[in-house]
Design a protein around this ligand. Structure first.
Ligand SMILES: Cc1ncc(COP(=O)(O)O)c(C=O)c1O
Length: 517
């Protein structure tokens, strides 16, 4: 190596050492930036929760991707740095151009406004940056997870149950499949599925797509996810379920798993768990319930009957981040069988789950999970339940269901010339409807007319994005041959009053009549 090269290398090393020193010395101040976070969010109206704010603040300042790229310098550089003020300004822009899901008029997804106690819990766990695998690293949180699982099992009627927090409902549903397969064929854990008859699972046409995806991911094959027909309310038909089980057997498949949905994604329908359990008992099949949406009915006073028969099922998934307002993500998988999660998922992990630790290792719950590092999702939910008691959520849920029925009534009152309901009655808090703008009224309802009608919701949706006054989702329902309609989903938060429903319908009419069809 030449002298010159040597000198350059030494200079570089010195420069790096200087930079490292600088970073080290600045760290104490860097941490102080966190004290500005609440103000940043508050000033940019991220917590726009008061009624006055609903009128004054836009939910979204929608920009097309190319415009957004001009507004925020997205580039990441090797050496370019930014001051605290510049970083704060960037955060301000990020908040400004993000969707304010806490705005009381965000009804776009199955989740809505958060419970502030939930956010408080989420901020604390994020700041502590613990992981949910061992008692050693998350001592208080491990106990809280266990306590929530115990309480939810009790509410569900699982006498000897167990469970785990998972990153979302799709994964929680996958836990159900993995457990069912292990229970039936424990050798799959070690030997895989080679040479086995193809396993078949059954779920309704109204159910969530996560089952088809899971069938692919778990090597069951998406084609072996058999789709069962539903009745006019969106509930799985147990006659068709039984027929499909027999057909699968005839084709040489081995049925092993049935999913019943408690609260379907679009119509909010609840499958009859007792009827489904009868079929599963007859054929010796695992019955899982996708209660990601409707699991909240567990705490309800007037709507608990929607989950009648839950105690007969083998497992269920529930997302408190949907109807109840826990911050994303908060999802639980529960099973009625005490030690199955552990037997199914645990393997020997000597560096993490040592058996010779200085405390009771039964509190190391991480080996029941498919994950290693696991975000603490229990604390935010625990804090919400602690602050309000689960009875309050029961009352809020009942209120949300009641108010959704008032919306149905108001839609009816506006007349079928202006609004059409997709179904006359809804079991939960989803209300699906078409708006018929002035331009489409009084015409023959031909195929062409329907095509024009199906273009209405996307056009109004675009207007919603640009005016920022309200956000409501839309969807088609292909299996019923139905084109786009609005799906308005109520949640525990915001706690809506009747007058807000008039605003919602008026706004749809106002925006709808501004568009061309
Ligand atoms: C009924 C149902 N199950 C499962 C899921 C998936 O949950 P996640 O989005 O948490 O994966 C959804 C999502 O909307 C759902 O509606």
């Amino acid at each position: 190596m030449s002298n010159k090269t040597n000198t350059t290398a030494t200079t570089k090393t010195l420069k790096a050492a200087d930079e490292i020193d600088k970073i080290r010395l600045n760290l104490v101040d860097d941490w102080k930036v966190l004290s500005s976070v609440y103000d940043l969010l508050h000033n940019e109206k991220a917590f726009c929760v008061s009624e006055a704010d609903r009128d004054a603040v836009k939910i979204v300042h929608f920009m097309q991707p190319n415009e957004m790229k001009q507004l925020i310098d997205l580039s990441i550089d090797e050496n370019k740095t930014h001051t605290v003020e510049e970083i704060q300004n960037l955060c301000r822009l990020v908040i400004k151009y993000s969707v304010k899901t806490n705005h009381g008029r965000f009804h776009n997804q199955l989740f809505g406004q958060m419970d502030p106690y939930g956010l408080m819990g989420q901020w604390i766990t994020d700041a502590l940056n613990a992981s949910a695998y061992t008692y050693e690293v998350g001592p208080v949180f491990s106990l809280m997870e266990t306590e929530i699982i115990r309480t939810v099992c009790q509410l569900a009627g699982y006498v000897e149950g167990d469970g785990i927090f998972a990153p979302g409902g799709s994964i929680s549903n996958m836990y159900g499949l993995v457990l069912a397969r292990y229970k039936r064929h424990p050798q799959v854990k070690t030997a895989g599925m080679f040479g086995m008859r193809p396993l078949a699972l059954f779920t309704s046409e109204e159910s969530h797509y996560s089952f088809v995806k899971a069938a692919h991911w778990l090597g069951l094959g998406a084609d072996n996810c058999v789709i069962v027909k539903t009745n006019e309310r969106g509930q799985m038909l147990s006659d068709d379920l039984e027929a499909k089980i027999l057909q699968a057997q005839e084709k040489g498949l081995e049925p092993f798993f049935v999913n019943a949905t408690a609260g379907t994604t679009v119509l909010g329908a609840f499958d009859d768990l007792n009827e489904t359990a009868d079929v599963c008992d007859k054929y010796g099949l695992w019955l899982h319930v996708d209660a990601c949406l409707g699991g909240a009915a567990l705490v309800s006073y007037n709507n608990r009957h929607l989950l009648a028969g839950l105690e007969r099922t083998h497992s269920f998934a529930w997302n408190p981040h949907k109807s109840l307002g826990a911050p994303l993500q908060c999802s639980l998988f529960l099973t009625r069988e005490r030690d199955l999660l552990n037997r199914c998922n645990s393997i020997q992990v000597n560096y993490l789950f040592q058996q010779d630790k200085f405390y009771d290792v039964s509190y190391d719950t991480g080996n029941k999970s498919v994950q290693c590092g696991r975000k603490i999702d229990a604390f935010k939910f625990w804090l919400m339940l602690k602050a309000r008691g689960y009875g309050s959520f029961g009352r809020l849920l009942d209120h949300a269901i009641d108010i959704s029925k008032v919306l149905v009534e108001k839609i009816r009152q506006r007349g079928s010339e202006r609004f059409r309901l997709v179904m006359d009655e809804y079991q939960y808090m989803n209300v699906c409807f078409w708006y018929i703008p002035k331009a489409l009224r009084g015409l023959d309802e031909t195929k062409e007319w329907r095509e024009r009608l199906y273009a209405v919701a996307p056009k109004i949706k675009e207007r919603m994005a640009f005016t920022g006054t309200i956000m409501i989702g839309y969807t088609p329902l292909q299996y019923r041959g139905l084109g786009n309609f609005f799906r308005m989903v109520f949640t525990c938060f915001p706690v809506l009053e009747e007058k807000e429903l008039d605003f919602i319908l008026d706004e749809i009419e106002r925006l709808g009549d501004e568009c061309e069809y």
